[in-house]
Design a protein around this ligand. Structure first.
Ligand code: AMP
Ligand code: ZN
Length: 466
């Protein structure tokens, strides 16, 4: 079966292939850098990471753009309150965001772009909309007239035809009940940051940023546009209106939305005050890779309830995966190769691939891996796992880990666990066998830095703590 995704636009699961060549043109909405990201935000970014990695696994190249929203209502409010310039304020939280996503091993998109560095592109888009008759001005601000765009509501599957024309909304974030003509360009306000442009002095509305930057880098039609489910309305509905009114073409073919992370049966959010940040969880001793595992273990279209028990289970699951890899790396197995086991390995890999092809069903993929591990561990215990099957089992793990990325321990300042040391030594032995002495030396140095000393003896490698 082919790769397929649930498309919010059609409300159906559709086979996916990019429009041009082998390149997937993808835009995902990035963070608003007004504060630290919470792990709800990071669930959405983890989903995007799994999506990226799976597309590449399928053989596609990526041109992925993600924005950093570094000007919006909340940022202006907070930076004014802190008595800092917009740039000073947003740089701090941009850095924090990159640290957090780095700790979670989220790949950097091909282009990470800042809203404030694309004001001319935004102004040009507003110009096109003004010229096309989709806007009106009031008190120096420019609004999008939603009655002028018949497709309005198509993404969120809502009928907005009954709403009163000419009623406006100035804030960036609002509910469906407040669907109004939305602001494209906000007139300058005393004391707030603004830009002098041909459409007047002011600043962009949040929705405008994404349409302008997406089209700047990816052209008028994207293959995939993604974000958290709360962005469907109004943000993505408005993005479509702005882009399609200007170009007359489909803005994005596939719209993917990830469900919320919940805490105590409520959506995790800053405004409700029920949130956890990655840095707090790590400071409490939780491993970033366990958080990554937890966030990616539930398929992205299902709500995920955060609990500390679930986080503990994620940690245990990773330990099982690592111990299994260690056993494959270092275990002594009888000579030979079993055809039956080889077929079992191929079947497990196929199940992993089919699960992820099925709208990124990560839970199914994990189920397939653990079933395989259980069965082959039993075979190993019984002396029925021959050496000749180890390479393909390791290959399966490596393929799995190219998407889930949890096998490698995070290098923190703290002491390494014995299993982590053994695993690094096994990797060093392998490097030496293949004459990759640079890697072997690097591992020795890494271990030394963590206070572990290696001794090469005639019986093999011994290690001790300093
Ligand atoms: P923001 O920085 O507020 O623009 O949000 C960044 C991303 O996090 C957006 O894609 C939101 O949809 C997403 N998001 C916000 N809250 C949650 C949550 N509780 N669970 C999952 N994603 C969320
Ligand atoms: Zn956006």
């Amino acid at each position: 079966m082919a790769l397929r995704f649930y498309n919010t636009l059609s409300q159906r699961v559709e086979d996916f292939a990019p429009l041009h060549d082998n390149v997937v043109r993808m835009y995902t909405c990035g963070p608003t850098v007004w504060n630290f990201a919470h792990i709800g935000n990071l669930r959405t970014f983890t989903f995007v990471d799994i999506l990226r990695r799976w597309l590449r696994y399928c053989g596609y190249r990526l041109d992925h753009v993600m924005n950093i929203t570094d000007v919006d209502d909340r940022i202006i409010r907070e930076s004014l309150a802190a008595g800092r310039t917009l740039t000073e304020y947003t740089e701090e939280y941009t850095k924090a965001f990159l640290e957090d996503t780095g700790a979670l091993r989220l790949e950097r998109p091909e282009r990470l772009v800042k809203a404030t560095e694309h004001i001319p592109q935004m102004v040009a888009l507003v110009r096109r909309l003004i010229d096309g008759g989709f806007t009106y001005s009031s008190d120096g601000s420019v609004y999008f007239r939603i009655a002028s765009f018949p497709g309005y509501g198509r993404l969120s599957h809502t009928d907005f035809s009954g709403i009163r024309a000419g009623v406006r909304v100035d804030t960036d974030r609002y509910d469906k009940a407040d669907a109004r003509d939305f602001v494209l360009w906000k007139a300058r306000k005393e004391g707030e940051p603004s830009w002098d442009t041909e459409i007047g002095a002011g600043r962009p509305g949040w929705h405008l940023e994404c349409s302008a930057m997406a089209m700047e880098y990816l052209g008028e039609t994207l293959d995939i546009h993604a974000g958290g489910v709360d962005l469907t309305f109004p943000h993505h509905e408005n993005e479509i209106a702005q882009a399609e009114a200007a170009t007359g073409h489909t803005f994005a073919r596939f719209w993917l939305h990830s469900e919320h992370l919940m805490l105590d049966a409520q959506v995790m959010s800053k405004s409700l005050g029920n949130f956890l940040t990655l840095r707090d969880l790590v400071a409490q001793g939780n491993k970033p890779e366990a958080i990554r595992y937890l966030l990616s273990s539930v398929p992205y279209r299902k709500q995920l309830n955060f609990t500390f028990d679930a986080l503990k289970s994620a940690d245990t699951a990773i330990e099982r995966l690592r111990n299994y890899k260690l056993r494959l790396d270092t275990g002594k197995f009888p000579a030979g190769e079993s055809e039956k086991l080889a077929a079992r390995t191929a079947e497990a890999l196929k199940r992993i691939e089919e699960s992820l092809d099925d709208d990124l069903n990560t839970a199914e993929a994990l189920g397939a891996v653990f079933e395989y591990i259980r069965e082959t561990n039993t075979a190993m215990d019984a002396g029925e796992f021959p050496q000749g099957n180890a390479a393909s089992a390791l290959d399966l793990l490596a393929r799995f880990d190219s998407v889930f990325d949890v096998l490698r321990p995070t290098v923190t300042g703290g002491a390494l666990a014995d299993a982590e040391i053994e695993s690094l030594i096994a990797e060093r032995n392998k490097a030496r066998k293949t004459k990759d002495f640079a890697r072997a030396d690097q591992i020795r140095a890494e271990l030394l830095k963590r206070d572990v000393i290696l001794e090469d003896t005639k019986d093999g490698v011994r290690w001790k703590r300093k």
